[in-house]
Design a protein around this ligand. Structure first.
Ligand code: HEM
Length: 476
């Protein structure tokens, strides 16, 4: 009998010790989860996250929680996933320096569904392949060659869409401008009618990308899937024709990124198939024009609101314009002389970042700032958590391009293009097309906003709700 009680007692003791050990283990290796709340089942806090953007102030979702829970990290539940939002320069530094060590890229399920990869691999693997391919197309020598092409297209774009107009709606025109350049440089489509045909379905694509993935008729997600299929079909037609032209010597293997993709093999000697090339070009066309068109639109908005800033840009650009012979295209030297204009553009990117942030996935359990982040959780970094933070940018709402003079903002605070190994590979390309746009715009016009306090909608990029109509005044 004694033996019976002793064995029961020792078993209970063993269970108790095991419990304590487990508790202790989860306490030390896992730690406390970040403070925060996870909202409703399944949808979590997705509605608040997306709807603050639709109302025009996406930073509210972030700053409300930074104030309530922690200025460094908080817990939430977004787009169907348990998530932590890392904030401030410390959060950005941690994420950007731990890429592929503690975290890896992750895109919401909606992105994988809108872009189902024809090669059956995930958007993550495809992004790695894309990254390997881009340097050739975006290397400095190539970029310098594009300045002339961008200038030429900008000239045509402004003379056919802006000149001789009293009023224009800026956002659709900016899309037309950046898309025309992308269509010319990525796939050699230049004819305005063909460019317009290709652009049409893109207009519904972006808002379905970062959405709750409900595939029912009429939802943004459903419309985005249809649009992406339509674009892929058009691209496949262009690719088929290109292959014929390449075989007949009518197209060159280096004329654009499409030729490059069709004629370059990977390390195992395999060439990408047509469907895969179409997927990649589709991704690039989205990344490469929507972001920059949002930036150009906000440049027009801020220059209308701030006459003294307009004067500074005008002075700089007119000096460049006057130094050119008739018909001479802009070149690399001219771009280097656009310092003030680029500071202005950076201040616009700070206040209206085209991408609000991006997701990562935790590769293992790890601790950030004393809080445990479990393996598999999604992590979001937010540009606004530093861009509009008075600790990083004093008087954050003040438009002040001098913040970018000298050594500029502190590391990891100005992040419109992200940071670390995943920093936007199109940053320099975007800088060139934005500066060429500013050159053409101020050289020709002054303008005023028609709607004084037009609402801003962020879905997922910021745009003025009515497209920013302005009244144009051509220089005498
Ligand atoms: C003002 C314009 C632009 C802005 C603000 C912007 C912003 C960004 C940001 C923030 C990221 C990083 C997302 C992350 O951390 O995961 C990114 C990635 C990327 N961007 Fe851009 N971008 C712009 C223009 C472009 C252009 C013109 C191209 C193509 C020519 C491009 C191609 C890409 C690609 C392919 C990636 C994915 C890189 C990867 O996952 O490794 N972007 N962009």
């Amino acid at each position: 009998m004694d033996f019976f009680y002793v064995s029961i007692l020792s078993s209970l003791l063993a269970v108790f010790v095991a419990f304590l050990l487990y508790k202790n283990k989860s306490g030390s290796s896992a730690g406390r989860l970040p403070p925060g709340k996870t909202g409703f089942p399944v949808i979590g806090e997705s509605y608040e996250f997306l709807s603050t953007g639709w109302k025009g102030y996406p930073e509210k979702f972030i700053f409300d929680r930074m104030t309530k829970y922690s200025s460094q990290v908080f817990r939430t539940h977004l787009l169907g996933e348990k998530a932590a939002v890392f904030c401030g320069a410390t959060g950005n530094k941690f994420l950007f320096s731990n890429e592929n060590k503690l975290v890896q890229a992750w895109w919401p399920k909606s992105v994988d569904k809108v872009f189902p990869s024809s090669s059956q691999s995930s958007s993550k693997e495809e992004a790695i392949k894309m990254r390997k391919m881009l340097p050739n197309f975006l290397k400095p020598e190539a970029l310098q060659r594009y300045i002339g092409v961008m200038d030429y297209i900008a000239g045509k774009h402004f003379s056919s869409n802006w000149e001789n107009q009293d009023k224009v709606e800026v956002f659709p025109l900016c899309k037309n401008y950046t898309f025309w350049i992308a269509a010319r440089l990525f796939v050699s489509v230049e004819d305005p009618a063909e460019v317009a045909k290709l652009l049409e379905p893109f207009n519904v694509l972006a808002s379905g990308l970062i959405s709750v993935p409900v595939d029912l008729p009429g939802t943004p997600f459903n419309k985005a899937i249809k649009a992406s299929n339509q674009i892929r079909k058009q691209l496949l037609e262009i690719i088929k024709q290109r292959k014929i032209d390449l075989a007949e010597g009518k197209a060159s293997p280096t004329q654009d990124i499409m030729s490059h993709m069709l004629t370059t093999s990977d390390e195992d000697g395999n060439f990408m198939d047509e469907a895969n090339v179409a997927d990649k070009i589709l991704g690039l066309l989205i990344g490469g024009h929507d972001t920059a068109s949002s930036a150009c639109t906000f440049i027009v908005k801020y220059l209308a609101e701030l006459p003294e800033i307009y004067e500074g840009v005008y002075k700089e650009q007119m000096e460049i314009a006057k130094s050119k012979a008739p018909g001479e295209l802009l070149n690399w030297e001219d771009i280097k002389n656009m310092k003030y204009s680029w500071n202005v553009a950076c201040e616009v990117l700070r206040l209206a970042p085209p991408l609000q942030g991006a997701f990562r996935e935790a590769l293992n359990d790890f601790i950030f700032n004393g809080f445990s982040i479990p393996k598999g959780w999604k992590i979001y970094w937010s540009a606004n958590s530093t861009h509009r933070n008075p600790e990083c940018f004093p008087e954050p709402l003040k438009f002040d391009p001098s913040r970018f003079e000298g050594s500029g903002p502190a590391p990891y605070t100005f992040v419109p293009f992200g940071g670390g190994p995943r920093m936007c590979p199109g940053k320099e390309y975007a800088r060139l097309e934005i500066l060429v746009f500013m050159h053409h715009l101020v050289k020709r016009f002054k303008w005023e906003k028609i709607i004084a306090d037009e609402k801003i909608v962020v879905d997922p990029m910021p745009i003025p709700a009515k497209g920013l109509p302005v009244r144009l005044f051509a220089h005498k």
